[in-house]
Design a protein around this ligand. Structure first.
Ligand SMILES: [Zn+2]
Length: 137
């Protein structure tokens, strides 16, 4: 799945820890929206080389639709605990699109793909689109 991993010097975290509940909630939410694309904010903590994703938040004023999802970052409260975004790819492609990278928000991007079964349908990416290793906790 992920052929290109983050290796060299980068300001990205080297490991992302996702709470199991977060993964489950995310997959359930995206599954319910399918075939529409969904988007969620990720709240968590940054610690040295690692990011802990602990909570999902529905973005305000989000637009959910077929093949696109967006929201205005300006509508967000200034919240430093937002570590990134998660969105779904109903087409099953586990790779950020150019648009995704242009709209990168926070420190990491999580993509969940159809059929949203487990963490195998999830990828974590940095702003260059490289895969970041993640673990469930
Ligand atoms: Zn995307």
């Amino acid at each position: 799945m992920c052929l290109k991993f983050v290796t060299g010097a980068t300001n990205m975290a080297k490991m992302v820890y996702l709470l199991e509940d977060v993964i489950k909630g995310m997959l359930d939410y995206f599954k319910a929206l399918h075939p529409m694309e969904g988007i969620l904010l990720l709240r968590g903590r940054v610690k040295k080389d690692a990011i802990y994703v602990e909570q999902l938040i529905l973005p305000p004023n989000s637009i959910q639709g077929e093949g696109f999802s967006s929201f205005s970052p300006y509508a967000l409260p200034l919240d430093l605990s937002i570590v990134g975004l998660a969105h779904s790819h109903p087409n099953g492609v586990l790779k950020p699109s150019i648009e995704d990278l242009n709209n990168f928000y926070g420190r990491l991007m999580v993509i969940a793909t159809y059929p949203y079964r487990s963490e195998e349908d999830i990828g974590v990416f940095d702003r260059e689109g490289a895969c970041v290793r993640f673990k469930l906790i």
